[in-house]
Design a protein. Structure first.
Length: 86
């Protein structure tokens, strides 16, 4: 299962690099639909780039109890939401 997930991530990164050269944010990564599905239940979705990584890590810490994602999915989600931020 883990290997499958890692394979998917590598596949997506390769796909993004091949299809969107120079794009700042890869178009509609799989994590975007996960975000819609899991996070849209309770509140509107924070758009990518609105919050800094450190803010997101803090704001999302209590969410680990509410939203059941794997560690990899949390990492991808924060990477996605903190795109273009430090
Ligand atoms: C079970 C309901 C629920 C789900 C599902 C949920 N949230 Fe939240 N979220 C909240 C509540 C309630 C708050 C208000 C602050 C608090 O109580 O932690 C909040 C606050 C936030 C905040 C900080 C407020 C802001 O916008 O500045 C962020 C960012 C956030 N959520 C992102 C997410 C993301 C990303 C997901 C999906 C992984 C998610 N939430 C899923 C209930 C939820």
């Amino acid at each position: 299962m883990k290997a499958l997930l890692v394979g998917t991530v590598i596949g997506l990164v390769a796909w993004g690099a091949a299809c969107a050269p120079g794009a700042e944010v890869p178009a509609a990564p799989a994590i975007a639909s996960l975000l819609k599905r899991h996070c849209g239940r309770c509140h509107t979705l924070p758009p990518p780039g609105q919050h800094s990584r450190s803010y997101l890590e803090e704001a999302l810490a209590p969410h680990h109890e509410r939203v059941h994602l794997t560690d990899e999915e949390w990492t991808q989600l924060i990477d996605y939401l903190a795109a273009n931020r430090s």
